[in-house]
Design a protein around this ligand. Structure first.
Ligand code: NCD
Length: 342
């Protein structure tokens, strides 16, 4: 099994110099354990207030000077609330100075500049780039010219053959580690848009590194996993079961992972409204959550679309952990920056 796992672990950019983070398998199990352990240390050193206000005076002084000689460029050509904010705060924790360009309308790419030329400009002013970009092939091509690390905050969408949102997987897996204490032997249910969502196939690939994973696939009708994802699951020997109703999922699963319908990636003529008529069996709410174990947690990468994949009735249930995911994300990303810069 270990041999099979080693073969499946692509670590596409692991051996590159500089070290990029583009695929959720770019760090192996041991490295992830190191990142999570440092994330725990950072988490213990920060106050809730430091995260809420983003004021680095509340972060641990021990960590604030760790990379205070470094600069990061954070950029995005797609909407983002959480990921970009999280990168900025993660950089602040380590004392990294951030240049952030989050309005694609003010980047020269709107004047026809290539992504490659844009990245080479960022490189002049920074030691690391963290970026969200809509087109996966152009990211993979453009980073070949870089001599500083590139961290993906999401590139392309879930229809790509590779995983495209590695830092979301990092914070999801860190949340699983903190909740369950171990990452082997987990039963994870995936709900919603398995076709266009990039968080789920990234997470499946990162979790494939751990033993005895079982996936419970409960997609919105018409938004099932792509063929390459099913091939990956079968080739990696991951157990899986398929459902069309959330209430058929065993009540003892460890995780219900919800996603919104990713309308922005749909081809012309498709829209999220057309899935509403079939959504009821996979929509989550408190009454359905009550059928699950007290130890089953609910994760969602957010943003959520109320009244599509879920309503607000679970918001006060202690098993519903999106805020915990966000909070963990800051420390997991900071620990990952540290790993890449050290
Ligand atoms: C996800 C993304 O951008 O792919 N969001 C995130 O990073 N937290 C999921 C989504 O947009 O639904």
């Amino acid at each position: 099994m270990e041999g099979l796992k080693a073969n499946l672990t692509k670590q596409v950019f692991q051996n590159t110099n500089p070290r990029h983070f583009l695929d959720s398998q770019d760090f192996n199990r041991d490295e992830l354990a190191g990142i999570f352990s440092f994330a725990d240390e950072l988490r213990a050193g920060a106050t809730e207030e430091s995260i809420r206000t983003g004021r680095d005076t509340f972060f641990s002084p021990d960590h604030r000077t760790l990379h205070s000689d470094k600069r990061i460029t954070i950029a995005s050509t797609q909407p983002s609330t959480r990921t970009i904010e999280s990168f900025k705060t993660a950089a602040n924790i380590l004392g990294i100075a951030d240049n952030a360009i989050t309005d694609p309308g003010i980047m020269s790419m709107v004047k026809g500049e290539s992504l490659s030329d844009t990245l080479l400009t960022f490189q002049q002013n920074s030691d690391i780039i963290a970026m969200r970009h809509y087109d996966a092939p152009s990211v993979i091509e453009a980073i070949k010219k870089l001599n500083i690390p590139y961290v993906s905050g999401g590139h392309g969408n879930g229809t790509q053959a590779e995983s495209c949102h590695p830092t979301q997987s990092l914070l999801d897996v860190y949340t699983l580690q903190r909740t369950f204490g171990e990452l082997d032997n987990l039963d994870i249910a995936f709900l919603g848009d398995l076709k266009f969502g990039r968080t789920i196939n990234s997470l499946a690939r990162m979790m494939a590194m751990y033993d005895n994973l079982h996936l419970h696939l409960c997609p919105t009708k018409g938004l099932e996993f792509n063929e390459h994802d099913m091939e990956f699951i079968k080739a990696s020997g991951i157990g899986y079961t398929e459902y069309d109703n959330v209430l058929d999922i065993p009540h003892w699963v460890n995780v219900l992972y919800l996603t919104r319908i990713q309308e922005e990636y749909m081809p012309k003529g498709m829209n999220k409204e057309q899935y509403l008529k079939d959504i009821e069996p996979v929509r989550m709410n408190q009454a359905k959550l009550n059928r699950f174990s007290n130890d089953t947690i609910v994760l969602h990468p957010y943003p959520r679309n109320i009244d599509f994949e879920m309503d607000e009735s679970m918001d006060n249930d202690p098993r519903f952990l999106p805020n915990e995911q966000m909070y963990n994300g800051v420390f997991a990303r900071a620990a990952m920056f540290n790993e890449i810069l050290k």
